[in-house]
Design a protein. Structure first.
Length: 241
DNA sequence: GCGCGAGTCGAACGAGCAGT
DNA sequence: ACTGCTCGTTCGACTCGCGC
């Protein structure tokens, strides 16, 4: 039996009425009450913000928050009904838990995990994770990207033009080959079995990714099963370049 | 003075870290 | 302990210069 990697707090089911102004989503709870929830995903959420979709909200008891509810999951029907994770900082948290459990054999037997390590030419970028202590001398720079866009069973990143994402790729390339550089695409939905760069949304990113792979960048497109109960790791998706 | 396009900026929230 | 910055991201609101 596969263990839960992450368990959601109690969630409140509802129906998405509309998403607007990037951070807001009006949701009708099953009680009939209409609430405005914080949408912690500032991306375009292409294909995953359709009104009348089933959603799941968490509720914060932080009194400083203006919006107590947070949009966590939305159900899509591209394939079978599938829950998609909306919360963009969850992938980092979940990957941290997965690293602690050594769920990615591709990364070897590191002994130290550091988060948010400063790197880059101007020392202004931060890598999500920095792994050291493996038998191999080279440390690992690991960057995590949240992926929700899909075409059928093919997951795509990015879902919009991302100059920041391009910058991250360039900076990872600059580290090669003295260190290992790994891009981990967190496929935030269980129905996708393959992964490709989203050339239609950001062709520059797609080209950069291929250049980076040629230089030695490693890509881990990771599949996760998402449900209101929690998140489980399903293994790697097939990389289609 | 007006309308237009291009460019810049701040708001929204939370986590984590550095500096005081 | 506290403040302030950075990161994630988009877009409405705003300023600027241009041509008429």
């Amino acid at each position: 039996m596969m263990d839960w990697l992450y368990r959601y707090p109690p969630l409140y089911p509802g129906i998405l009425l509309k998403r607007y102004k990037r951070f807001f989503a009006d949701v009708q709870l099953t009680s009939g009450e209409i609430v405005t929830a914080h949408c912690p995903n500032t991306g375009p959420m292409t294909g995953v913000s359709t009104p009348q979709s089933a959603v799941q909200l968490s509720k914060s008891d932080n009194l400083n928050r203006k919006l107590a509810y947070t949009l966590e999951l939305i159900q899509v029907h591209d394939n079978e009904p599938t829950w998609v994770g909306i919360n963009t900082f969850l992938p980092n948290r979940v990957v941290k838990l997965a690293l602690a459990k050594y769920l990615f054999p591709e990364l070897g037997e590191y002994s130290q995990i550091k988060g948010e390590v400063v790197y880059g030419l101007d020392k202004k970028s931060r890598v999500d994770f920095f792994l050291t202590g493996s038998d191999e001398e080279r440390p690992i720079y690991l960057e995590v990207k949240n992926t929700t866009l899909s075409e059928g069973r093919l997951a795509l990143f990015p879902d919009t033009e991302t100059t920041r994402g391009q910058k991250h790729l360039r900076e990872l390339m600059a580290l090669l080959p003295l260190t290992r550089a790994v891009m981990l695409y967190f496929i935030n939905r269980g129905d996708c079995t393959e992964f490709s760069p989203g050339d239609r949304t950001d062709p520059v990113y797609g080209k950069l990714l291929r250049d980076a792979i040629a230089l030695g960048l490693e890509v881990l497109p990771c599949r996760f099963d998402i449900s209101p109960e929690g998140i489980r790791y399903l293994g790697l998706a097939k990389l289609k370049i």
